[in-house]
Every structure is written in structure tokens, then in C-alpha cells.
Design a protein around this ligand. Sequence first.
Ligand SMILES: C[S@@+](CC[C@H](N)C(=O)[O-])C[C@H]1O[C@@H](n2cnc3c(N)ncnc32)[C@H](O)[C@@H]1O
Length: 266
Amino acid sequence: MPSYSPFQLTVKYCSHYLFAANGKGHGTHSPFVYDFIRNVLNDKKDLDVYRKIESLRKRLLRSDAVAEVEDFGAGATTRPALRSVSSITARAAKSPKLAQLLFRIARYYRSRYIIELGASLGISTAYLASADPQSTVITGEGSKNIASLAMDHFKELGLTNISMTTGNFDDTLTYMAGILPSIDLAFIDGNHRETPTLGYFNQLLPRMSSSSIMIFDDIHWSKEMESAWTRIKDHPSVMTTIDLFFMGIIFFRPDFKAKQHFTIRY
Ligand SMILES: C[S@@+](CC[C@H](N)C(=O)[O-])C[C@H]1O[C@@H](n2cnc3c(N)ncnc32)[C@H](O)[C@@H]1O
């Protein structure tokens, strides 16, 4: 199923922007979500670690290297194709704003064991792993050449707490999740289709605890992703959700009487 057109996405984003809570936390009745907005979402501090990873991103955006890439996930073609590193970086890597939010979520909630589906060139992985050098990050990437470049980037950034698993998530997810004693944070950023997304959610669910967090990328990218997001929100074990348009965050904390869904401008 195709993604929404740029025009449809713009209309959707404008509607999100108009109707979402203002991102300051005023009127948010949940103390937990208020705390998240104040201390995580709106933490505007500029950190050295951001600069370090962003200078890698800048270099990749200027690079004239090419890599043979096997396509995985939504929009995949069948044959490997030559792609420029700069276009992969521009298209696949989370924006600085969202990648730095991932860093802050991992740091604020002290995520010790992290799993990521979809490393690409390793920008979001680097942010997740930089939140705490004592944490363990297991990341997965289907394309071998891309995974190998990502590992070079981790080395260059001095990150030694990342383990890369190469292959299709269908074959690797059980192994990846099994390496970790528990999962504090899962970031799902690959294969933006409904059935696989729900499959990853269901496969990871038994490893989640009440303090675990799951983050899904591009929840409004297509009708399929919106449907997956709705079904995930409705799952009985999901207690609180935050829709930031480009990302959906779910919490399993049981301390609310009813589910709570928040749509927040970010
Ligand atoms: C959007 S990119 C990830 C970007 C990265 N998280 C970042 O922000 O820097 C998604 C990646 O997931 C990989 N992918 C998609 N579907 C996959 C699958 N079924 N198995 C393995 N890898 C997959 C793609 O090869 C692609 O590199």
C-alpha cells in the first residue's frame, strides 16, 4: 500500500498542528505526561553529543560515496540498487529534532536495554546509545552494506555499546530480543506496513515491563500505518500514548484508571 502523497501528508500535518495540545503541557491532566512535556519534550539544551553526531550527519550529507543496497520494508524493490550515501542520509535518518528527542527519552527514563528496528546509517542508533554508555543497544538492519557503514560510524563516534544484527527482521527479531534480559525501550523504524508493524509490536510485547517504552516512527505515513497505530493504541496493555505526528510513543505504566491518548504539537 502506498504512503500518503506529500499533499495529503501536509493536510494531515496541518490538522494535527491545529488540534494538538500546544506542547507546553498546560491543561494536561496527567502528571506523568506533564512531566514528559516539561522535562523531555521541551528540554532545549544543546549538548556536545548532539554536535558530534550532527557533524557526522553533515559529512554523510556531503559524501559522494555510493552503496549497493538491498531494499527492505515498505516501498521495497526486488533488486539491490546503487544509492548515494547522501540521499540515504537525507531520506532515512531521523531529523536532528526527533533523533535528539530519542536521546532524551532514553536518558530521562534511564533505558538500560534498548532495541531498534531499522538502523540505516546509524544516526538514531548513535543518539540512543549515547544517552548512557552503560546501556546496551541492539539494532537491526536488513541491508548488509548499510549495516557495515553504520558500524563504521559507531566506531568513529567511539560507541562501544551497540550490537548490530543484519538480516530481515522476520528472521532476526526473536534473536535480537533474546539477547537482552529485558527491554526498556524499543524503537521501531523500519518496514512501515500494517501487518509487520503489528507483528513487531506483538513479538516485543511479552518482553515489555510496566516501565518500558515503545516508539513507532511515521505513524501517519500511510493508511496502513495509521491503522497499525490505532490498533496498538487500543491494545489492553497500552496505557498512555503520545502522538507527535512523526512519531508515536507508548507507555505501559499501569497507574491510570483508564487509557489516555495525547496528541501533542512538537
Ligand atoms: C527509515 S530507515 C531507519 C533510519 C534510522 N532509524 C535513523 O533514523 O537513522 C529504515 C531502515 O530499516 C531497514 N528495514 C526496513 N524493513 C526491514 C526489514 N523487514 N528487515 C530488516 N531491515 C529493514 C531499511 O533497510 C532501512 O535502512
